[in-house]
Design a protein around this ligand. Structure first.
Ligand code: MGD
Ligand code: MGD
Ligand code: SF4
Ligand code: MO
Length: 752
């Protein structure tokens, strides 16, 4: 019988299952994605994934829906007469060249700025190529989501260990007592602690009769599992940790590494005024509760302290992060199995090059932002200063990459207004949303299923050493550009070029050349290796695959371009469920890049903040404070356009203790006006006795339905933007990180 085409049969393919790491959060779950003819039919957890073993959360199942979302941008847009219209890539790059280059040149490049959003670290292309844009922009004004997130932890690590990448992670699978502060991994799926299936790992801890001690003003899903839950006043964790540290030493219960004993005792001497009694009123944690926690940690065979976002988005974030490490070290839990350990990144990291001790002295406070004098640390401006810098004319052109600062950054109403005053703005983003509506040009990346994936960042943070590469499942759409190519073309335009494919390839080969030189210069490079041999080994790959191959092969598990049988991209491709490289192993001193060759616990910048911490002891705790909250079916600001995640009861509500509500004449479902020093919003009240009296919570990332956006589903589930309330004036002075939790608000019944 002849071949009869019914119109669609010519493209019918066999149903296929592809395995892929979920790129949405830090948990890095393995997904089994069933698809046919370019359409995802089903997503399950990959039971053979070496790390996640089948676990996934509701977000992991929606990558197909995101791929098909009609609002996801497929062609570049430029703003004409206040409206965004579709154009070709050539037209988009020409518009950027005409629009931004003169603006940059007028300020001798000083007026350009970048905002790098959270998904940058979840995208292989962006992790490897967004830097090309920064370099070409030629401005030092780089902002990112880090200063509304983990920057205090990184600053503390830079000072203590000599690298901001050297972040201790909880060895969750081996600990016997986990003190978990300001984190809700049963909802967030974990952060700065890459571990798929937190629920299972926490359950395993409980099953082996371990203790889970949760410190959180709310009895969250995680706290509900705890063997002990303490609900402190927000923002006071550094006091609690200081009291634990000093009590451990004053009662002689500390057991640090002898090499660190002197430094730790110097620290504890400075902390003498913080005792379980002296901090009790300020923290809301009774002295006997603190002593009980200490007793549990000391009695445990393998104790571990882990703190996350609830401790870093406070004015004492760096100090709290430091004290976490001090307490772990005093317990003998730092760098010990079952304690707080350091991962070994398969893609390599500053701390895997075997360079060892004797790095440079790390200092703070050398640079400040022009308009508001906020600290610039680790090469980044605090986002709290972005509106100031724009309004005072110091920033005239902005490039946002995978970020939605209008919803995620403090004093956002003002920031929203400031963005409309820019002379030129470019966004690389998948949606026309609250931020990108200000952009003169929007460059859309392909969907996540059309990109390669490898977690170059989370190799530093994983609770097991694992390497897992995912090839794209679907090809690029006709005429679409890979995200690395968008970055590279944009970089050449910013440099005065035309943004052609050839120019982008030049950027790509320059990056590869630098990595080849770096590999040859490494102390770990086998002496017989030559540039020519490396080039032969990497073959004709280009783009992110070539860069990743170079990183992995010259990384700590690498094959050094055929010199041994270690990892290469080819080996990763042969292992679609990932390669397990084993449990974490002790790495001190090899991991350190400090002048002394030991952790600098007594770093002057950290000791220097103790006096400020003492001022918290007398801060009045009256009134209401607003804390942050995450919900399982949400991911910061950008997954609200997927019906399956937003349907059902509204998630953007304010949780309030019934006593606090009653005192204000509020009942379930009532609308309340919430105001702070920065602004006010109106929101529905949910009564909830799981939240501490004196504290209310509102999730972030909402506030859709704004004019000029194109998010049909999100618009129907708009919610309010909590960051209208967040003051931009309060930052952690050591790291420039905004206070997004624990600031004062007034709540009253909304008037009609
Ligand atoms: N009040 C309050 N505010 C907070 C927080 C809080 O707890 N409370 N949390 C803070 C934290 S921890 C963070 S990390 C920030 C996050 O804030 P942002 O860094 O602004 O990140 P998102 O809100 O996730 O916005 C991501 C943007 O990237 C786009 N995008 C998604 N994937 C891709 C991609 O692969 N490529 C490109 N080019 N674009 C992509 C989306 O469309 C969206 O516009 O918010 C912070 N803000
Ligand atoms: N479902 C979902 N998952 C996510 C995200 C999301 O938006 N939704 N975002 C991702 C991102 S970008 C990040 S950074 C991670 C964050 O992941 P986590 O670090 O786990 O952060 P949160 O889930 O915000 O939990 C912080 C907890 O701290 C508590 N808290 C607030 N203030 C204080 C305080 O002063 N002291 C103490 N002790 N606790 C306090 C809050 O009540 C909350 O339970 O989650 C990631 N995963
Ligand atoms: S937990 Fe994170 S990585 Fe795992 S499926 Fe959910 S969003 Fe994806
Ligand atoms: Mo984050």
């Amino acid at each position: 019988m002849g071949f009869v085409c019914l119109g669609y049969c010519s493209v019918m393919t066999e149903p296929t299952t592809s395995f892929r790491t979920c790129p949405l959060c830090e948990a890095t779950c393995g997904l089994a994605i069933e698809h046919q003819d370019g359409t995802v039919t089903r997503i399950r957890g990959d039971h053979d994934d070496v790390f996640s073993q089948g676990f996934l959360c509701p977000k992991g199942t929606v990558l197909g829906k995101f791929h098909d979302d009609p609002d996801r941008l497929r062609t570049p847009l430029i703003k004409q007469d206040g409206r965004h219209v579709a154009v070709s890539w050539d037209e988009a790059f020409a518009a950027i060249s005409d629009g931004i280059v003169p603006v940059l040149d007028r300020s001798e490049r000083d007026g350009g700025a970048m905002y790098l959003g959270n998904p940058v670290v979840h995208s292989l292309d962006l992790s490897l190529y967004s830097r090309a844009i920064t370099v070409a922009l030629g401005s030092k004004k780089v902002f990112s989501a880090s200063t509304v997130d983990q920057r205090p932890r990184e600053v503390a690590s830079g000072l203590i260990y000599g690298s901001s990448f050297t972040i201790p992670v909880p060895d969750i699978d081996r600990t016997t007592a986990l003190l978990l502060i300001g984190a809700n991994p049963l909802v967030s799926n974990g952060s700065l602690a890459t571990a798929p299936d937190w629920p299972g790992r926490i359950q395993a801890l409980l099953d082996r009769d371990g203790a889970l001690i949760v410190v959180d003003p709310a009895r969250t899903k995680t706290a509900a599992k705890a063997t002990t839950h303490l609900a402190p006043f927000p923002g006071t964790d550094a006091l609690f940790l200081a009291a634990i540290a000093s009590e451990l030493v004053s009662t002689g219960q500390h057991r640090p590494d002898d090499a660190d004993r002197a430094a730790l005792e110097q620290v504890v001497e400075a902390l003498a005024e913080f005792t379980p009694e002296s901090v009790a009123e300020a923290t809301g944690i009774a002295a006997e509760q603190t002593r009980d926690v200490i007793a549990q940690l000391v009695a445990a065979e393998r104790p571990c302290v882990y703190a996350r976002l609830g401790t870093t988005i406070t004015p004492f974030g760096t100090t709290a992060s430091w004290l976490v490490d001090v307490v772990n070290a005093l317990l003998g839990a730092l760098d010990a199995p079952g304690g707080a350990m350091f991962a070994t990144n398969p893609a390599g990291s500053k701390n895997t090059r075997g360079e060892g001790p004797h790095g440079p002295v790390q200092t703070l406070g050398r640079r400040q932002t022009k308009a508001s004098g906020m600290p610039i640390e680790l090469g980044e401006h605090p986002v709290a200063a972005l509106a100031d810098e724009i309004e005072s004319g110091n920033i005239t052109a902005l490039i946002t990459v995978a970020g939605n600062p209008v919803l995620s950054c403090p004093d956002s109403e003002r920031l929203d207004g400031a963005l409309s005053g820019l002379e030129f703005m470019v966004s690389i983003d998948c949606y026309l949303n609250e931020t990108t509506r200000h952009a003169d040009v929007i460059l859309p990346p392909p969907s996540h299923l059309q990109k390669p994936h490898f977690d170059v960042a989370f190799g530093n943070l994983a609770v097991r050493n694992v390497a897992n590469y995912s090839a794209p499942i679907f090809p690029l759409d006709d005429g679409a550009l890979a995200e690395w190519e968008i970055c590279a073309r944009l970089a050449t335009v910013l440099g005065g070029g035309e943004g052609t494919r050839e120019a982008a390839e030049l950027v790509d080969s320059t990056i590869a050349d630098q990595l080849i030189r770096g590999a040859l210069g490494s102390s770990q490079c086998p002496p017989e290796l030559s540039e020519e041999r490396i080039r032969v080994a990497i073959g004709d790959r280009t783009g992110p695959d070539r860069v990743l191959d170079l990183l992995v092969r010259s990384g700590p598990y690498g094959d050094w371009f055929g010199s041994n049988d270690g990892l290469s991209l080819d080996v990763l491709v042969e292992h679609p469920h990932g390669i397990d490289l084993g449990a974490l192993e002790p790495r001190i001193p090899e991991v350190l890049l400090t002048p002394s060759g030991r952790p600098e616990f007594a770093h002057p910048s950290l000791l220097g903040d103790v006096a400020r911490l003492a001022t918290l002891l007398t801060e009045p705790s009256s009134g209401l404070r607003l804390i942050n909250r995450r919900t399982l079916r949400s991911n910061n600001s950008w997954m609200h356009n997927l019906e399956i995640l937003v349907k059902g009861k509204p998630r953007c509500t304010m949780l309030m203790h019934p006593d606090d509500a009653q005192a204000r004449g509020l009942d379930v479902g009532d609308r309340a006006t919430v105001s702070s020093s920065a602004g006010s919003v109106e929101i529905a009240v949910e009564l909830d006795d799981t939240i501490r009296p004196g504290v209310v919570s509102i999730p972030h990332g909402w506030g859709h339905g704004v004019e000029g956006t194109s998010l049909a589903v999100a618009e129907r589930h708009a919610g309010v933007n909590v960051n209208v309330l967040t003051p931009a004036t309060v930052v952690d002075p050591l790291s420039g990180t905004s206070q997004l939790t624990g600031f004062r608000v007034e709540v009253a019944a909304a008037t009609a």
